[in-house]
Design a protein around this ligand. Structure first.
Ligand code: MN
Length: 132
């Protein structure tokens, strides 16, 4: 994300949403946020964001279900979804990747490295496959 990106943030926790938005906007990115999965999916369809940052622990519809729904939207087929997991559980990571997430990061997010982590994931997602 050397250029400004539009990032859809789906996060129900006010403090986490505020911090992630602050850090990304400080680096010149545009953040549009939703506090639940249904709203996030609706926004994704109109925005076609460059990346989705998806909290796994959401009310009503958890992040795995949201990821699967986003993956089913043709316009978002190549959009990286990054899961944000609260607990460093290997099972959660695998479930996030199985649901179609490109990567995951763990809470609490580290303000020093958060944006660069996401930029690395975005570059990897959009880079052409390098054949050995
Ligand atoms: Mn949450």
């Amino acid at each position: 994300m050397t250029m400004a990106c539009t990032i859809l943030l789906i996060e129900d926790n006010d403090q986490n949403r505020y911090l992630a938005t602050f850090l990304l906007e400080r680096h010149g990115h545009r953040v549009v946020s939703a506090v639940d999965g249904a709203h996030g999916i609706a926004l994704a369809q109109t925005l076609t964001p460059d990346m989705v940052l998806l909290d796994i622990q959401l009310p009503v519809m958890d992040g795995y279900a949201v990821a699967r729904a986003l993956r089913a939207i043709p316009a978002l087929a190549a959009t990286p979804i990054v899961a944000v997991t609260s607990f460093a559980m290997i099972g959660d990571r695998e479930k996030a990747l199985d649901a179609g997430c490109a990567a995951y990061i763990e809470k609490p997010i580290d303000p020093e490295t958060f944006v660069s982590q996401l930029e690395t994931i975005a570059r990897r997602a959009h880079a052409p496959e390098v054949q050995p």
